[in-house]
Write a protein that binds this ligand. Sequence first.
Ligand code: SAM
Length: 387
Amino acid sequence: MNHEESGHPFLAVHRILGERIHALLKSNEVLHPHISPVEHEKDFIAFPLRSVEFSELLKNEISAITNQPLRLIKHTPHMMEKVDPHTRIQEVVRNWLKHLASNEALANQQAFLDTLPNKWERLGELILFPSGSFGQNIWTETSNEERYELWRAVASALNVTSVGIQSPVAKDTVRSSQAVLLLGSSYVNFIDHGIHYEFDACKVMFSSGNVTERRRIGAMDMNGETIVDAYAGIGYYSFPMLINAGANHVHACEMNPPSIDGLLRGAEANGIADKITVYQGDNQVSLPQLKGIADRCHLGLIPSSEAVWGMSLQALKTTGGWLHVHMNVKEEEIEDWKDSAINQFQSLSDAMELGFSIRGDHLERVKWYAPHVRHVVFDVECRPKES
Ligand SMILES: C[S@@+](CC[C@H](N)C(=O)[O-])C[C@H]1O[C@@H](n2cnc3c(N)ncnc32)[C@H](O)[C@@H]1O
């Protein structure tokens, strides 16, 4: 045998013999399932091996076909093209089916492959498949032990330690997560564009779909500002406002204890714990304590943050400031809604004699929330009337 270089083992053969050797390696389960073959020198192709330890019988058979001793080479990882994760999961399922007690399952291979989820969300070491995934009878009819083996193999193929399934966010006030954990731990810890987030994904929802809005808010100039975040959650917006936008301090209102736990841990991990004051409890109670202190209020609750519109105006300094108003609005009603929101803010300000003139600025379409319904954020500027 001839070993060249260091790295992962590959078997190099003349490309004329490629198809035949590939089939032989595959049928003997010697071919590595997650690494692609690579070109090797002129006219040679190299197949990735699971290991160089395979039967003498097979080695002799290959030598007889190639008419030369086995040519084992090593490729460094950067020369290996990883197979895409969807193909890896399919491969995992094929292997798993082979070891199932029921032969019927193997016969139904295509039905299993057809119902495999083709997207998922990664939160640190946890993969969350969409709601309803693996819910069809073919999956649920396998035993718990068999499914546990599958989750282990899926986790390993996707390079994580934990696997779960999303469920629709609860319709409770705190919009709890209802994700179900299948393997590992639901406590996640990850960095998104330089910002640490930490939380229990089975208790607290995290909307990856709001990533563009987190970036937009983080890209604003809030240098030296004092912010009131009326629905702080685990710091989805508080952290980008402090870390990226340059805000000086965030007064963070939050009523859900698991979210507060994540908010405090994340603030610590980001080194900004001294820049956040947490107000635990209903913002109807905490916001009235925050009158006249803010340059900006973030109102990040959908379907509507209307419950705090009046209190957020009162939280602004007498010099005025900005409001970022989240809302679910039907696409065709967005323009009308903007006008009515401005009128409503103006009426609230006038009724409370705050003296603000209210002006609508940019409206950001964050994502589709439901058919025809957009999650939007309206940037509203409030300034003293005389200015
Ligand atoms: C939907 S989450 C924020 C999600 C975030 N916008 C995202 O991008 O994923 C809204 C947060 O507001 C909190 N909340 C809801 N009503 C509240 C209230 N009346 N007082 C304080 N916090 C509240 C919830 O517990 C939750 O953490």
